[in-house]
Design a binder for this molecule. Structure first.
Ligand code: WTA
Length: 652
């Protein structure tokens, strides 16, 4: 990792002051923000304890805020008890929120379904009874592999109601990826659907699920299948059950099980630089607190908002900001099954007009794709309901930020660029829309209670404003991951070992300007960010070498106008395949990766080579490969290279 380029190349000087109208109505003003920051600094225990009591309904109050006796295995509110689903649903039933829309769902074909808090509570309770009948109890793992339909949210909340731990696997992942995740969590139950719709095509979820469960010895007893597309599927006798049949006589009352605040709410897999994806474990109490607080602080959420987060619930953004966060604060959340450009490039904007969306949260890759299709698309729709815009997933380039601000937000709506990760549970560095002047391309400043820093290779804070370094967090926060599922050692090694447990190491590099604004420069490790999705280069490499034609592979990212990063794979063929047709092989390898991981991991280009540049100690020189993939001239020192001829060959 040492020797990595850490100089910032971004120079962006524009500053957009806070609009007075917005500031006047904001949930947090400058004085409140300053007071929160001061309290967090001086009295962390009082700060977090008060917020946890205000924000959540506890079945048993906690007496200790933070237990750091086994740091960095931090425990928050550890002797308190609560239920996450009860916090998201039941406690709203005694107020007028009961009859307000909790979920508004729009299907790809335009169908709309709405659930009030009262109705959602009934559905979740009914499905929790179904789970109970299937033998699911507190602590059991349940895998969820579903399209973006309301039932996916119902399934997650029903697990939470029983204290069962859900592990959602994104519907775009392959059978192989699903199998790995089921194996790792030892899930007893799988909830899936016959299929899903995506950009006019049908995704064969049940078929993938069957493949994932093909081999004997897996942990899954039962599979619940939702009928979504109506396509024909095999139902295995004694194992596979239809959702609608199970729900038919399920009672709408089901007591919520009080769990310890530290009880895992879910496991969600994410890519790292080594090995298979890690199961990130989130807690019940701390996670929900941070989800709710950031909804109020960063999204300035109000009872009358219609809030739309475009993420699929298969990602952490979908967990925290399409489900738990908005429901915890009693908001109305819009869920969408489809993609931004289907049936045409106006879909997002049409939906904003149709549902009167006021707070809109999406990814820079979507903004860039829609920007490219022209201003005429948003121009056709009335976007005046919008009052706040957000982005997440990758750095947003200033051009895309400006387009979003000007064309979508009409220079009225603050743009909150939120930096966070699967591991952090919720936003850590993000603007407060009524407080923070905005700079396009910067996620601005840390939220109250969050203490990041930028450090060098030795762990010392970097000096100056241009020098980049490792982005770290110096104090624990309630929403942080608790461990890697079944692998405490990997938790320590991945996030803490580099600086001897002194800081949480995010894996990103960043620099900080003279105003204390953070500028994220990207991953520092071998993780790619393709359309806002994290992919480990190693995962793609192992998928490639599992193909019979491939002897060795190295994968790097190169900048891509819309996806942020594109995937370039350098492949050495086995002797027996060097004569194969290269075009056909390229397609076969792309397909192979798609089946091993999912379509999002397909290499954009594959280059065949006889050699990979390696150091004399046998390490692949990725830096060099990255430069080659970008088509840059090789100016780097190649004297440590085993075979300099390789570089000349690759550059051709
Ligand atoms: C990147 C998504 C710059 C970053 C919530 C991080 C960002 C990784 C931003 C986490 C942002 C996310 N600006 N980079 N606003 N938000 N990232 O786990 O590299 O899927 O480490 O969580 O995305 O991706 P993950």
């Amino acid at each position: 990792m040492s020797g990595i380029q850490l100089e910032s190349i971004l120079t962006e000087a524009r500053v957009f002051p806070v609009h007075e109208d917005f500031a006047r109505q904001a949930n947090l003003n400058s004085e409140q923000y300053a007071a929160l920051c001061r309290r967090a600094e001086e009295d962390p225990s009082g700060f977090w304890g008060d917020l946890a009591r205000q924000e959540l309904a506890w079945d048993k109050p906690f007496t200790q805020v933070l237990d750091d006796s086994r740091a960095p295995f931090y425990r928050w509110f550890a002797d308190g008890e609560l239920n996450v689903a009860a916090n998201c649903l039941d406690r709203h039933l005694s107020s007028p929120t009961r009859n307000k829309a909790a979920l508004i769902w729009e299907g790809e074909d335009g169908e709309v379904r709405t659930f009030t808090y009262g109705q959602l509570h009934r559905e979740v309770s009914r499905f929790a009874n179904v789970l109970k009948k299937l033998g699911i109890t507190t602590g059991d793992r349940v895998a969820i592999y579903m399209p973006m339909v309301p039932e996916a949210a119902v399934a997650m909340l029903a697990c939470a109601r029983l204290g069962a731990i859900h592990s959602v696997v994104f519907g775009g992942f392959s059978a192989e990826a699903l199998k790995d995740r089921i194996e790792d969590t030892q899930a007893k139950l799988l909830i899936t659907a016959d299929g899903g719709f995506r950009a006019g095509r049908v995704v064969h979820l049940k078929q993938h699920a069957d493949q994932a469960l093909m081999r004997d010895g897996h942990s899954v007893d039962k599979v619940v299948v939702l009928r979504r597309t109506g396509q024909e599927v095999d139902m295995l006798d004694g194992r596979d059950l239809w959702w609608h049949e199970l729900m038919q006589d399920a009672e709408p009352q089901c007591p919520a099980v009080s769990v310890n605040a530290e009880h895992p709410l879910f496991v969600l897999y994410t890519s790292g630089s080594t090995g298979k994806p890690k199961g990130i474990v989130h807690s019940s109490g701390g996670y929900l607190l941070w989800s709710a607080l950031t909804m109020r602080w960063v999204f300035d959420i109000k009872p009358e908002d219609v809030y739309w987060c475009t993420a699929d619930i298969g990602w952490v953004t979908g967990h925290t900001y399409a489900l738990y966060g908005p429901l915890a604060v009693g908001a109305t959340v819009l869920l969408f099954e489809g993609v931004p450009t289907y049936p045409d490039a106006g879909r997002f904007w049409a939906m904003i007009e149709r549902h009167g969306v006021s707070v809109f949260y999406t990814a820079p890759t979507a903004v860039r794709a829609l920007m490219k299709l022209g201003e005429e698309w948003p121009g056709k729709y009335d976007l005046s309901s919008l009052r706040l815009l957000g982005t997440v997933g990758e750095p947003i380039n200033p051009e895309a930020w400006m387009w979003y601000y000007r064309v979508i937000g009409k220079e009225r709506c603050p743009v909150v660029d939120t930096w966070w990760q699967t591991e952090t549970g919720g936003h850590l560095i993000a603007p407060l829309p009524g407080v923070t002047p905005l700079k396009p391309g910067s996620c601005t400043r840390p939220l109250p209670g969050i203490f990041p820093d930028i450090v060098d290779e030795e762990g010392d804070p970097v000096q100056g404003t241009e020098a980049g370094g490792y982005l770290v967090v110096k104090r624990p926060w309630p929403g942080m991951l608790r461990t890697v599922w079944g692998n405490d050692a990997r938790y320590l090694e991945t996030y803490w070992a580099k600086f001897q447990n002194r800081y949480y190491v995010a894996g990103d590099s960043a620099h900080r300007d003279a105003d204390g604004y953070y500028w994220i420069m990207g991953r520092i490790d071998d993780v790619l960010n393709v359309s806002g999705h994290r992919l480990g280069t190693m995962e793609i490499e192992s998928a490639l070498v599992s193909h019979p034609a491939v002897a060795e592979a190295a994968v790097v990212g190169r900048p891509h106008e819309i996806k942020g990063e594109a995937i370039t794979a350098f492949v050495i063929l086995r002797q027996s395949h060097v004569q194969d047709d290269r075009d056909r092989l390229t397609e076969a390898l792309r397909q192979h990766v798609s089946e091993a991981i999912g379509p999002i991991a397909k290499p954009d280009d594959i280059r065949f080579t006889d050699n990979l540049p390696k150091t004399r100690s046998g390490k692949i020189m990725r830096r060099l490969l990255r430069a080659i993939a970008r088509g840059e001239e090789i100016t780097q020192d190649t004297s440590t290279l085993e075979n300099e001829e390789t570089v000349r060959q690759l550059g051709r």
